[in-house]
Design a protein around this ligand. Sequence first.
Ligand code: AGP
Length: 610
Amino acid sequence: MCGIVGYVGNENARNIIIDGLKRLEYRGYDSAGIALADPEQGMIVRKKKGRIANLEEYISGENLFSTIGIGHTRWATHGAPSDENAHPHVSADGKIALVHNGIIENYVELKKELMEKHGIVFSSETDTEVLTKLIGVLYEGDLEDAVFKALDRVRGAFAIGVISQDEPGRLVAARKDSPLIVGLGRDGNFIASDIPAILKYCRQIYLIENNEVVVLTENNVQIFDAQRRPVRRDVFNVTWDADAAEKEGYDHFMLKEIHEQPEGIRNTVERRMDDHGEIVLDGINLTRETIEYFNKVYIVACGTAYHAGLIGKYAIEKFAHISVEVDIASEFRYRDPFVDDRTLFIAISQSGETLDTLAALREAKKKGARVLSVVNVVGSSVARESDDVFYTWAGPEIAVASTKAYTTQLVCMYLIGMYMGRKKGLLDDETYQTLMNELLVIPDKLETLLQKERVVQDLARRFYRSNNVFFIGRGPDSYVSYEGSLKLKEISYINSFAIAAGELKHGTIALIEKDTLVVALATQDSLFEKMLSNIKEVKSRDATVLAIAKEGNTTVEAEADYVFYIPQCPDELTPLLSVVPLQQFAYYIAKMRGCDIDKPKNLAKSVTVE
Ligand code: AGP
């Protein structure tokens, strides 16, 4: 997610904004910029790719003073990280500057209209510049009016801050689906993406709601609804300290990111559908012919991304009827794999910088494969070296233990499988529509599921002293059990093992003894009876069983010691739900064991070594 800071008051906006941007660095970004509206010098815009320190260095020799300004840290979604793509962006006459967090979905059509009807020339690849140029075209001396008119034309998510050199006392802001707050300060008023940016200056804030526009001056703040009617808003008094504020009140980034999964899935799905509900994979040029030409798909990744790849195999084979091989990147690159120009090579990587995955990708390219990558970081090495890129749009993932990136990777796997199946004429309208409808309601089901967190916390309290934990499942549940086991291992340091339930009897069951905790995923209707047998199997060896099952399948209670229920949904999509209690289970066990959850020992967020 991008970070926004804005100020209008009687202090030097430059210092306040740079300071505020630094407090948003934890959110992850790839470039930063600032705009200051000065009556004499006009609109001053300075922006640089890279860290905020780069921007500070860039402006260090200038005596920039203004009492109004906006600033931005960019997390690229449209257009790779670069000086030109960094925010703020300006209107055609350079007099209006804007910063934006979110995605303008209809920016292509607006851009075309601005170029053809108004002869607008663009300097960046971003959707944000289109919105800025549109406001410039609609500006007739009243910035608030121009913003309202422009937002009437826009579809998508936005939190914006806009200033004009012709109105140096007014800052206009607006939000829809991207977070925005207003800070009421002693020496002026602020806008920000979230509290840490302005906590140093004010603790009284307005939480801005969807489709509201805010007009700030040094001494006044007005909030308007979409119909331009004034809105009265209670002041929210912030009691958090700075550290808690970065996590928006959560104790750890991991827990915050677990709770951001509904939004991440929504962002990843909804912006990939056209007005007819068909999947539109921007950045992926796979035609029916190219898809028919592939005779094999390789999915290659590491760790959690590899576990997402296993679900990808399941989804692509099920929906597109193409043989899929999934491999761990560090193995793939050394086994001289059978890859040629009829191979689609899918690399999955949250960071896009994992060296094993990057090296495997290069090996596949060398052998002629078409490379599609699923990554969370725009402009990352894996993205740059791929033929097609499918972004997960989970927003920056700060915690080392991957959660929201994993579930958005799953969504990408489902969409790729369904897209290819549709292109091959294998997914009829009814089946496709049912699946899409189910996918679209997953975020709501996830919201409901997250409200049962206390139940998971109580289970964690019961088991946090365990020394050995087994995860078992069948079909997609076995792939999710691998992920649940990895989560527990990497943040609680408990020895955990995942295995396909049907495989237990071929040796591993020798390890099951009295009170061994076995987490049994039993969400697949088609395999439910089999899983009940496996639960009986480990119970007969005095194991303690925690089952994860769909609501309504209460027969499992006769076999398992504890059951955690997830909402009903098609077997294919249950991984999007069943993984969440496992993430929370790992989190609360690690918390009760006093572990460093966001930065586990010996681990890095991105493994850029072999
Ligand atoms: C997952 O929680 C771990 N942090 C780790 O396994 C990670 O998934 C793996 O290193 C791959 O990282 P990537 O997705 O950035 O390539």
